[in-house]
Design a protein around this ligand. Structure first.
Ligand SMILES: [Zn+2]
Length: 202
């Protein structure tokens, strides 16, 4: 993986590296020889013992309408995608309680959406705008600057790269569709064992 910069942000469940590369530290967990972030924050590596930890972000008080947020897609239903909101895009700060938000099928993109499974997949990181904050959080990804900013291959879990209107897996060649944000691949550079090229925008 690349050495994380001071501003790099990782999401819970994001791959940080392998157990051969690092020793799992605070804010991380190991599963099947791979080390993942356990919380939203900044990854840090101690060069003396190769311990990797994640320092948690401080929380922001609450969500407001028109806030732009990062979220993780948890589930795709017929009429909506269920998203866990993890941080405010403007500050990068975490949202207390990681509230759940929904993207209705009519708010996924401009124009008609036949099936949400063509726009999102579980595990995707989305940039979305809050259109209602109470009593439930409703989100939109319709504008061009909103949508999926990081997605993993459904076959091999490598980070997908954008090729024109499609996403393609640099490892296995699998092609997938998403409603991508203009900044796809730029907001997050997830750690991979194959080096930083995986996360670079094309
Ligand atoms: Zn793949």
């Amino acid at each position: 993986m690349s050495e994380p910069g001071p501003d790099r942000l990782v999401l819970p469940g994001e791959l940080l590296g392998t157990a051969e590369e690092f020793v799992p530290g605070r804010g991380t967990y190991e599963d099947s020889g791979r080390i993942f972030a356990a919380l939203l924050g900044h990854p840090k590596i101690d060069p003396s013992d190769r311990a990797i930890r994640v320092d948690a972000l401080n929380a922001i008080p609450r969500l407001s309408e028109n806030d732009t947020v990062y979220g993780r897609v948890d589930e795709i239903k017929t009429a909506m995608a269920i998203v866990t909101i993890v941080s405010a895009a403007s500050t990068g700060r975490g949202v207390p309680g990681s509230p759940e938000g929904t993207i209705h099928i009519s708010k996924a993109k401009d124009g008609y959406t036949e099936t949400l499974a063509d726009e999102f997949a579980p595990g995707d990181v989305v940039l979305a705008r809050v259109i209602q904050s109470h009593p439930t959080v409703k989100l939109t990804t319709a504008p061009a600057y909103l949508g999926v900013v990081a997605a993993r291959c459904q076959v091999c879990h490598a980070l997908l790269a954008k090729h024109g209107a499609e996403l393609e897996c640099p490892r296995c060649g699998h092609r997938e569709r998403r409603k991508t944000a203009a900044e796809y691949g730029q907001a997050f550079v997830p750690a991979t064992s194959t080096g930083p090229a995986d996360g670079e925008p094309r």
